[in-house]
Design a protein around this ligand. Structure first.
Ligand code: SAH
Length: 350
């Protein structure tokens, strides 16, 4: 079977076997990527129309107990200037987002013990109180089942937790020994069983990633069926052990997005900020390759440059309103528009 036939098989059967995935990742050429993007775009247009969901991200703390080797806010980075937003500041950012038309707020942070489950629950409740028509997505890292359950009961709708890699040994090379691949995977299962719309995901081109790792990720997506998949290129951060590794491939990231769309037609798939960082047209091309979500920054201007997971992150000098309007224009330029509803995951046609 050639690569076009493999992509057609994926479209028909919604899965490939491990060897087929490895072969596809090892041998794809620009024509294969284009074929996958065209197929994926047709699928996303029939599932979602030419409408792009937006989620406003509030990056409310860059204090982190973990030491992930790739991440700019890892605890060992002594040069990071650390901050925490107050509950009032978080709520204010959401209020501003609401008036700009956002109906989903994503609260993301390092694993910062200051925000106990109780404090976070209170924050979630106050956002849901102020904006009952909005969805709240959390992205706070790994917790225990009881914490996730409490946050769900407080009103959280969705949770983003990239698994980072489905290949256990690879996970071990990206994280210090005290972090566990099994626990991260358990968190994802817990979140799904609690009824969260659950997002997994990876960085493309993270150090030591091979075609076998990506094959493992696709097999994991096929089996776990996340509601959302976050995929962006790895980008080195100058204050991390991975500072001298190259950034992940732009083309491979687009290819991964298309393959995810083809395999899981209804998945919520963002064209990420990292994709827009490695290429000025990254988010547009991500949409044209099958993505249907964009997640602009709603954090207060004063802290934006401090939430630096990787070097040269875009949109750190702009007000939220500017980001919102810039995106509107970018989507218009490719014939898409921004949707104004919550954009929940749901079963579409079949
Ligand atoms: N503490 C939360 C949020 C992490 S930041 C958690 O553990 O889930 C969100 C995502 O940014 C991470 O899951 C990772 O995939 C991505 N990220 C971190 N460092 C990066 C880098 N150097 N390049 C690209 N993406 C990165």
């Amino acid at each position: 079977m050639n690569n076009t036939e493999l992509i057609e098989k994926l479209n028909k059967e919604k899965s490939l076997d491990r060897d087929e995935w490895v072969r596809l990742f090892e041998t794809f050429i620009p024509e294969d990527r284009k074929f996958a993007a065209d197929t994926a775009r047709d699928i996303s247009v029939s599932a979602f129309g030419r409408e792009i969901y937006i989620r406003g991200i509030v990056e409310f703390s860059n204090i982190c107990r973990n030491d992930c080797l790739y991440c700019g806010i890892r605890r060992s980075n002594r040069n990071a200037s650390r901050y925490r937003l107050t509950a009032e500041e978080i709520l204010q950012s959401c209020d501003e987002g609401y008036s700009l038309g956002f109906r989903t707020f994503v609260l993301q942070s390092g694993e910062d013990g200051y925000y106990t489950t109780e404090k976070m629950s209170e924050i979630v409740r106050s956002i849901k109180n102020a904006h009952p028509d909005c969805a709240v997505t959390l992205s706070l890292g790994e917790m225990e089942y009881s914490d996730y359950a409490a946050l769900k009961a407080a009103g959280a709708d969705r949770y983003l937790l990239r698994h980072e890699t489905a290949h256990k040994e690879h996970y071990g090379r990206l994280h210090p020994a005290e972090m566990s691949w099994e626990h991260r995977m358990k968190c994802l299962r817990d979140l799904k069983s609690l009824g969260y719309q659950t997002g997994a995901g990876i960085m493309v081109g993270s150090p030591y990633q091979t075609a076998e790792c990506l094959a493992e990720d696709m097999l994991f997506f096929a089996e776990f069926k996340p509601h959302m998949i976050g995929i962006g290129p790895f980008i080195p951060h100058k204050e991390t052990p991975f500072k001298d590794f190259p950034a992940g491939s732009y083309e491979l990231t687009l290819f991964m997005l298309s393959l995810c769309r083809i395999m899981l037609p209804e998945v919520l798939l963002p064209a990420t900020t990292a994709l827009g960082t490695v290429n000025p047209r990254g988010r547009e091309e991500g949409v044209l390759a099958g993505a249907n979500v964009i997640m602009p920054n709603l954090s207060p201007l004063a802290v934006r440059k401090k939430y630096m997971l990787y070097d040269n992150k875009i949109c750190t000098g702009d007000e939220s309103a500017q980001c919102r309007h810039c995106l509107e224009e970018r989507m218009k330029s490719i014939g898409y528009e921004i949707a104004t509803d919550r954009g929940d995951w749901r079963k579409r046609s079949e």
